[in-house]
Design a protein around this ligand. Structure first.
Ligand SMILES: Cc1cc2nc3c(=O)[nH]c(=O)nc-3n(C[C@H](O)[C@H](O)[C@H](O)COP(=O)(O)OP(=O)(O)OC[C@H]3O[C@@H](n4cnc5c(N)ncnc54)[C@H](O)[C@@H]3O)c2cc1C
Length: 396
């Protein structure tokens, strides 16, 4: 097989990896995706989808399927968890769609993942290998190779590292470094909506902001379940992923907050815990014919709710540059460099802004007063203006 007929090798089958397979197929480019897990059951719970990612879903021809599973909330509401005061209300229905051309929604991560997987499975240009862990990679200049944990070697034109926060491919590209442990912990849970009294079943994304902590809740999966996420500062946990939360710690961290906050917390029996990490933004995501995408390239704190959104944008931009690449030596590397050049300032802005939002969400004392002053009286138009750099989206 001539090297130009080899597929691109995608390491990692998260939302970013599948978006990449889809975007490449959309451009007539073959890919082979490797996921270490045996099935594609996504861990985690709800994710928010900005108008910017709906533009990508439109391009990737999955907007109807995503919309079928998503919930379209009426508002994003920001409340002070100590006083109960509403500090900000941003309409997220028709108004946001009119302003940005696409809607704002929330979706269960597994529902989104399944939409992308089902779509990829219909495409002859994408090959999937599950239960396949990539142990090492090689770049020979004219082709690349991934070596699997079960001893196979597969060749391709280029490697796209979509292997998440702990990316092995990033180690190859940018050197081995551990993620930055933020000291912020998230507990997430999903409960049947029917278990909540009607006044707690809001069709809104509601954020209760307290000192060094916050609670977010919203409905998911066509309203059948309700998503709860609490975040707080703690130095008790260093690193880890997907273990169970400690209800006693939660009780201590949220003591004194509004009864409605405590009521939501009391309705969960088992919390899943995430130790929240990010990394410092970097300019270079590429080495030879190997590049990075999504959390592997620019892991961010979740305060702007954009990690999966950015991974999907990466995929669309990367596929465009590869489609325009020639066949000559160095063409793949040039396309990878052009891709990172187009992406890195936008993703850096999201990474940095997410950290700042975390400060604002968890403000106490004078900082909380400043937050109130900042948000008070803000019109929906002013809120949309403030998000325009993000929600206007990118060129496909
Ligand atoms: C609490 C919380 C809330 C969030 N909320 C939002 C939100 O509202 N909106 C939003 O857009 N984002 C949100 N995010 C961020 C979002 O989840 C991530 O940014 C996004 O899932 C990253 O996707 P990815 O495909 O780059 O990486 P991942 O989802 O981490 O996928 C990487 C995949 O690679 C596989 N893999 C790793 N190593 C190998 C290997 N060697 N061989 C084979 N496979 C491998 C892994 O098994 C995994 O399936 C949130 C994150 C958290 C923690």
């Amino acid at each position: 097989m001539a090297n130009k007929d080899l597929p691109f090798l995608i390491v990692g089958g998260g939302i970013g990896g599948f978006a990449a397979a889809l975007a490449l197929a959309r451009r007539g480019i073959a890919s082979h995706l490797f996921e270490q897990n045996t099935d594609f059951r996504e861990i985690g719970a709800g994710i928010q989808l900005g108008p910017n990612v709906f533009k990508m879903f439109d391009y990737l021809d999955v907007i109807d399927e995503v919309s079928d599973w998503a919930v379209f909330p009426d508002n994003i509401i920001f409340r002070d968890a100590l006083s109960g005061e509403e500090l900000l209300r941003v309409p997220t229905g028709d108004q946001i769609k009119q302003r940005f051309g696409y809607p704002y929604a929330v979706i269960h991560r597994a529902d989104l993942h399944n939409v992308l997987i089902d779509k990829v499975k219909t495409l002859p240009l994408a090959t999937l290998s599950t239960g396949t862990r990539i142990e090492s990679i090689e770049d020979h200049g004219d082709k690349v190779t991934v070596h699997t944990a079960d001893g196979r070697s597969i060749h391709g034109r280029g490697i796209i590292g979509a292997d998440g926060l702990w990316s092995k491919v990033r180690g190859y590209v940018a050197g081995e470094q551990k993620p930055r442990v933020s000291g912020h912990i998230a507990y997430r849970a999903v409960i049947p909506t029917a278990e909540l009294p009607s006044h707690m079943q809001e069709n809104n994304v509601v954020l209760h902001a307290g000192p060094k902590s916050h609670l977010v809740h919203y409905p998911l999966t066509r309203g059948a379940v309700y998503n709860l996420v609490v975040v707080f500062h703690s130095d008790r946990y260093e690193e880890g992923w997907d273990s169970y939360g400690d209800p006693q710690e939660l009780e201590e961290r949220f003591r004194g907050q509004q009864p409605v906050v405590l009521d939501y917390l009391s309705r969960v029996n088992a919390w899943k815990m995430w130790v929240l990490c990010d990394r410092e933004p970097i300019r270079n995501w590429t080495r030879g014919n190997v590049t990075l995408l999504g959390d592997a390239a620019h892991p961010m704190l979740q305060y702007l709710a954009q990690g999966a959104n950015m991974a999907t944008e990466d995929a669309v931009v990367l596929a465009r540059h590869l489609a325009n690449a020639g066949d000559d030596a160095g063409a793949i590397n040039a396309a990878f460099l052009a891709y990172q050049q187009e992406r890195y300032l936008r993703t850096t802005r999201v990474q940095i802004t997410a950290r700042l939002y975390g400060e604002l969400y968890h403000a106490a004392d004078a900082s909380a007063d400043f937050r109130k002053q900042l948000l008070a009286g803000r019109t929906p138009q002013q809120s949309y203006d403030g998000m325009a750099w993000l929600y206007n989206g990118i060129n496909v």
